[in-house]
Design a protein around this ligand. Structure first.
Ligand code: SF4
Length: 404
């Protein structure tokens, strides 16, 4: 199994906390498909470039590294960003047409695949919903973040709380049965009651999946600048901890399975694991090969990792000349092990120690001992995983298990 990720680096505006690579969606000259000086519209040029990159990278997924897998078919497609819902229907049609053309041989049928589109709630109009119903998209991931209009304004999101519910209704109306939302907690001055209200509003949407992250102050972002100038204050560690605890308690009590530190999927009775786990994101944690297309996209095939340049113009110019603007890193045994510490250990299943080379298996079992004794790690059936207490200190545990 492998996944295809396509990065759409356009956003209608920039949120103050965001460290992802994206640029403001350029406007078309009125009544034309072009910008004012007659140059092709940037989004159309970018769409052409990612379609061309798919051809250039055709051999990446089916290669020696994964040729022996039982099933080397493409199982998941994820259009992320940026804001993929900023693309026109024509752009999206072109992308899916190209996926079918280039990867037809290794494509599972779209119905059995997980095909996700990231959306902003305010982009999900009736027209948008009706257009995407004609595409093979069966999962929507929406950047909700909070239901508080004050907090949404503070982080400079474009949507308001009312638009979130409307977007979910519109998506249900076109038959989308797998909806995920992103939530954020730990805003300056947010208290536990505010956070409880956000969780309850999220649950009231009756959706299938929730990802929840604490607000990060990434260097270089406007939010980081506000912190440095003393205009905002981070909430304290204890409050973060209580909010995270509230999240896991409320969601598990409401019938969600926590299958990764920040991810929760609705449980279906009689199924041992939720069918709503993000299959695409799970591939990042489960050491599955994936191909990333587009500016700043990363690819991984177990023996190497490569990443495209994070510059729209450089990316498009190179691809138009038939060159891949990517850097590559060969992954040796130790790097592979360290990657597993920061990915597989995030999941409830943890790291399968039985597949590690003997040197690294001995190393991890020894390094894990103090944490096992402290009830922060547990080993079940050769799988080393975080306990509930361990999740709160996962960063320091991961750093202790790294092979240096
Ligand atoms: S919409 Fe998403 S990608 Fe765009 S600026 Fe906001 S957080 Fe970043």
């Amino acid at each position: 199994m492998s996944g295809l990720y396509i990065h759409i680096p356009f956003c209608a505006s920039r949120c103050i906390y965001c460290g992802f690579y994206s640029t403001i969606t350029p406007k078309k000259a009125i009544g034309t498909g072009e910008v004012g000086n007659g140059a092709p519209y940037l989004i159309d040029r970018y769409t052409d470039a990612i379609c061309k990159e798919m051809e250039l990278q055709k051999g990446y997924i089916v290669n020696k590294a994964i040729a022996n897998e039982e099933n080397s078919k493409l199982k998941t497609i994820y259009l992320g960003g940026g804001t993929p819902s900023q693309l026109s229907f024509r752009n999206l049609q072109q992308i899916f047409h190209q996926i079918t053309t280039v990867y037809g041989e290794i494509l599972d049928d779209y119905y059995s695949m997980e095909v996700t589109l990231e959306c902003n709630p305010d982009d999900v109009t009736d027209d948008f919903a009706s257009e995407i119903s004609e595409l093979p998209i069966n999962r929507i991931s929406m950047g909700v973040q909070t239901f508080s209009n004050d907090r949404l304004r503070f982080i400079k999101r474009r949507h308001n709380a009312e638009e979130i519910g409307m977007a979910v209704r519109r998506l249900r109306n076109i038959g989308i049965q797998n909806i995920s939302i992103d939530l954020m907690f730990g805003f300056p001055q947010e208290n536990l009651d505010d956070w409880k209200k956000d969780i309850d509003k999220a649950l009231a949407l009756n959706i299938e999946h929730i990802s929840a992250y604490s607000l990060m102050y990434e260097e270089g972002t406007p939010l980081f600048h506000l912190l440095e100038c003393g205009k905002v204050k981070e909430i304290d560690e204890e409050s973060y901890r209580k909010m995270y605890e509230e999240l896991t308690n409320r969601l598990t009590n409401a019938g969600f399975e926590q299958y990764e530190i920040s991810n929760f999927a609705r449980i279906i009775e009689g199924r041992s694991t939720s069918p709503y786990r993000s299959r695409h994101n799970s591939s990042y944690w489960n050491d599955t090969a994936y191909l990333g297309i587009g500016a700043s996209a990363h690819s991984y095939n177990r023996t190497s990792r490569q990443w495209n340049v994070s510059d729209l113009k450089v990316y498009i110019d190179a691809i138009e000349k038939g060159k891949l603007p990517a850097e590559k890193e060969i992954i040796d045994e130790n790097t592979h092990y360290n990657d597993m510490i920061t990915t597989a250990l995030r999941t409830t299943e943890g790291i399968n120690t039985s597949i590690l080379p003997s040197k690294l298996r001995k190393y991890i079992l020894k390094a894990a001992q103090p944490h096992i004794k402290a009830n922060l790690l547990k080993i079940d059936d050769n799988h080393l995983h975080l306990t509930r207490n361990g999740i709160f200190v996962s960063d320091s545990i991961m750093s202790d298990l790294m092979f240096v």
